[in-house]
Write a protein that binds this ligand. Structure first.
Ligand SMILES: Cc1ncc(COP(=O)(O)O)c(C=O)c1O
Length: 417
């Protein structure tokens, strides 16, 4: 039984990661090996010349700590884009500041510089520049606005580890950047994140914040280590009489698998991992993924290049060919999105819908995140049309062909724009 096409189900994990997770589960003395944190941080720093890396328990925690390190607090405003995940406004709210949403440019996935200008007030302190799907946002325009108004620029590289702009890694343009090693990001350790900064003092300050936190409890680490292991059972049987699907629901209901975003968070609560340091056990998983990062990036590029070449459909918002985009997910816009996703599922292809609302998960309490429905119309239009095609490394050439043939079968003037 092979792995089905499933964009969201533990996409980066292969058998070596599963073996390592078993080893870590059985040898719990590794869970306190702080040396591994150092090795992981050095490996990442090697990819961002002249930058310092601070590991965090999630991308959310990285944004939270960075904002606090810039003394952002109650009464301040932070501009971020609509067409995002609640994981971005959440940490703004935890500081006491207010997230202010700027719309995306029409047909694109990136913040609109003109709308940023409209949203700036005397209380604005920072802009979060999200490189959605690994596509560079409008870097030069945002840096120019920030300079004019003396604002901090935080690059959100949660989707963009391995992406470059004009030959330099994304994450090296703003004042600082964050990474995520969540379960469906560029590389994964179930939970995890990092701050990248050129400022040595800031890196020390961020590490000092980590030193006030505690290691996650064993039960939490256990739950995360089970993630790759249980998905190695769920995935091959996902479409076999629905066995894998039933297993997945059972594992979730039994609390053996964590949620990327919990129910409480969707209502405005804080996730437990915000209190924890990055777990050395998860850092071991990350190190294994880091060893493969260059190959993973290469594979994403190859798959994305096939989509660009072989899909008979316009691909708005994907940038231009002189910029290297290892798309985390390859975005398309289709008028009949819901039908397409449903029929793909019937053909055993689980494609993606990031982000199917201006702020996701769409079942969140928008009020808690200060998003006013209708306030960012371009993001709302795109979110109704978006689908994402997988680029994860385990996708086989035949699976890519099947996806392309399936999407091309939709190419008909009435079905897309
Ligand atoms: C654009 C973006 N930024 C930041 C994050 C936060 O990352 P994490 O899940 O590691 O907290 C996410 C995660 O969903 C994201 O999609």
């Amino acid at each position: 039984m092979s792995r089905p096409i499933a964009i969201s189900l533990s996409p980066n994990v292969s058998s070596d990661d599963v073996r390592l997770a078993w080893y870590l589960l059985l040898v719990q003395s590794t869970w306190k090996d702080h040396g591994v944190l150092q090795r992981a941080a050095e490996n990442i720093a090697g990819r961002f010349p002249n930058h310092f890396v601070t590991l965090t328990s999630s991308g959310r925690q990285a944004i939270f700590d960075l904002l606090r390190s810039y003394n952002i607090k109650k009464g301040d405003e932070v501009i971020l884009q609509a067409f995002t995940c609640i994981a971005v406004p959440e940490p703004v709210i935890w500081t006491g500041a207010t997230p202010v949403y700027a719309d995306v440019s029409p047909g694109s996935y990136a913040i609109n510089p003109e709308d940023i200008r409209k949203k700036i007030t005397p209380n604005t302190k920072a802009i979060i520049l999200q490189h959605t799907f690994g596509i560079p946002g409008p870097i030069e325009e945002v840096l120019a606005i920030a300079k004019e108004h003396n604002l901090v620029v935080i690059e959100d590289c949660a989707h963009a580890l391995g992406s470059t702009y004009k030959g330099k890694p994304l994450g090296t343009f703003g004042d600082a950047a964050i990474l995520s090693f969540g379960r469906d990001k560029c590389i994964s350790s179930v939970f995890g994140g990092a701050v990248i900064t050129k400022d040595k003092n800031k890196a020390h300050q961020l590490q000092a914040m980590q030193n006030t936190r505690r290691l996650p409890p064993s039960s939490w680490v256990l739950q995360q280590l089970l993630h790759p292991i249980l998905f190695s059972l769920v995935l091959p049987s996902y479409f076999v009489l629905g066995i894998g699907k039933v297993l997945l629901v059972a594992f979730q209901k039994l609390g053996l698998l964590s949620w990327a975003v919990s129910y409480e968070e969707r209502q405005g609560g804080k996730p437990v991992h915000i209190e924890y340091t990055y777990s050395p056990a998860l850092a071991m998983l990350l190190l294994e993924q880091l060893k493969k990062l260059d190959d993973i990036t290469e594979r994403r590029l190859t798959i994305s290049a096939r989509y660009l070449k072989e899909l008979r459909i316009p691909t708005p918002g994907v940038g231009n060919s002189d910029i290297v985009h290892p798309y985390l997910r390859f975005p398309l816009q289709m008028a009949n999105r819901d039908e397409l996703l449903m029929q793909a599922r019937e053909k055993h292809m689980l494609l993606g819908d990031w982000y199917d609302a201006a702020l996701v998960p769409s079942a969140s309490n928008f009020w808690a995140f200060r998003y006013i429905p209708g306030s960012c119309p371009n993001a709302e239009v795109v979110s109704k049309r978006i689908i994402n095609l997988p680029t994860y490394p385990a996708l086989t050439d035949t699976q890519v062909t099947n996806i392309i043939e399936y999407i091309n079968s939709y190419v008909d003037p009435g079905n897309h724009e």
